[in-house]
Write a protein of this length. Structure first.
Length: 413
């Protein structure tokens, strides 16, 4: 649920079979929830460009130790910068143009320009407003986090001083470089100037932005809520579904307690604005398997059959009051069995004529009653009358005439 694997076979013999760890449903929605928390906090600073499609990048601002002035210039001007083709406006260059220009100026002993072409293309064409950039300090650390705040610009007055710029909002500038390896899947940062960091998620960014801050409580209502809905939750093996998550879902553990994911080995916590909703059918006897540990972590709300929905959609068909029939049937079921097995209002929705009602009646409602009262045709007949079922043999009686069918239903009282 937290993560899954994507299989790729590189040759027919399967010798290079690899498994790539991919985020699962829970990890994805938790990451989106964390992004929402960050966005909410940034909106308070009049910056709300973060979207679900934004990405996270590593960027080097000048050569570390030799061009410290580039980094300092970017901090002062709220920009990021690269230095190739400094005397040219490259805003309309695509990847092929960038690569050919680099190849044309390449010396015989220079390496293939692919990495440099990728970096330039990423800066000009791939970076989007709202993307995050982590500024390189060393192969294991970063020293600032910024958010892209504008398109590519060529500063003609800065030729020779890294003239290719993009505006950023600096979100965090560290006094001392911070180790990035645990957020980057244990990997070191490469020397490539600008590339995406697929292992770093917004859950990690939230923690990185809070580094060194005095702990503060994140109120659930300050960020856009996200909902994870687990349908028929009581039909699964609860212990296997939740695992360590059984602790993380508690209100006072959100944004605080972490567990280590078994495949990626990254730490994981649940944001406070992520709500988990489980649905279950009270008629399902397997509801009994819900243990106390799960029950005390959830609020339980019964959603009863609602006759008002039937009244609002289609209350009467050819003088037959569906809402009244619905109430009568549920009253009899409650007396014969219990209230947990009442019919839901969906059985009487999207019924606009006798033909549709007959199909619902014979292929959904009566079979359901036969399951409830297995091998007990007398109880079924007591609910729907013996016009529809032989109380001795349990044989269902089909009524093909609309008039007779309606009269039989009207006799259910």
């Amino acid at each position: 649920m937290v993560g899954s694997s994507d299989e790729k076979e590189q040759n027919g013999d399967g010798e290079n079979l690899k498994y790539k760890v991919q985020p699962g449903i829970l990890l994805t929605i938790a990451n989106n929830s964390a992004r929402s928390q960050i966005t909410k906090e940034l909106k308070q600073n009049e910056f709300d460009k973060v979207k679900d499609t934004n990405r996270i990048w590593k960027i080097a601002l000048g050569e570390r130790g030799k061009e410290e002035w580039v980094y300092q210039s970017c901090l002062k001007t709220n920009t990021i910068a690269i230095g190739w083709f400094d005397d040219k406006n490259i805003g309309d260059w695509d990847y092929d143009t960038i690569y050919s220009q680099l190849s044309a100026s390449k010396k015989p002993d220079d390496p293939n320009p692919t990495n440099n072409a990728n970096s330039i293309n990423n800066f000009v064409n791939e970076l989007q407003e709202g993307d995050l950039v982590l500024v390189f300090a060393s192969q294991t650390s970063i020293r600032a986090i910024g958010m892209v705040d504008g398109p590519y610009e060529w500063k003609s007055d800065m030729v020779g001083q890294y003239a290719h710029r993009r505006k950023v909002k600096w979100l965090k500038i560290y006094d001392q470089p911070i180790d990035i390896r645990k957020y980057n899947g244990g990997k070191r940062l490469s020397q490539v100037t600008l590339y995406e960091l697929p292992n770093v998620r917004f859950l990690d960014i939230k923690e990185l932005l809070e580094e060194g801050k005095v702990e503060k409580k994140i109120e659930q209502n300050t960020a856009v809520p996200y909902f994870l809905i687990i349908d028929e939750i009581n039909r699964g093996n609860i212990s296997k579904i939740f695992g360590e998550l059984i602790t993380l879902i508690e209100k006072d553990k959100r944004d605080k307690i972490k567990v280590r994911l078994p495949y990626s080995q990254k730490e994981f916590s649940l944001p406070s604005n992520l709500f988990i909703i489980g649905t279950m059918n009270t008629a399902d006897r397997s509801i009994a398997v819900l243990d106390t540990a799960l029950r005390r972590r959830f609020f339980f709300k019964e959603v009863e059959p609602n006759v008002e929905i039937i009244k609002a959609e289609n209350p009467v068909i050819d003088d037959l009051d569906l809402a009244k029939l619905f109430n009568v049937l549920n009253g009899k079921i409650t007396r014969k069995l219990d209230r947990d097995h009442r019919l839901g209002h969906s059985y009487f929705l999207e019924v606009f004529g006798m033909a549709q009602l007959r199909i619902k009646w014979y292929y959904q409602i009566i079979p359901l009653l036969m399951e409830y009262f297995y091998n007990d045709p007398e109880s079924i007949a007591a609910i729907v009358t013996d016009a529809f079922i032989d109380k001795e043999t349990g044989q269902v009686k089909w009524i093909s005439s609309d008039t007779e069918f309606k009269e039989a239903l009207l006799n259910i009282k």
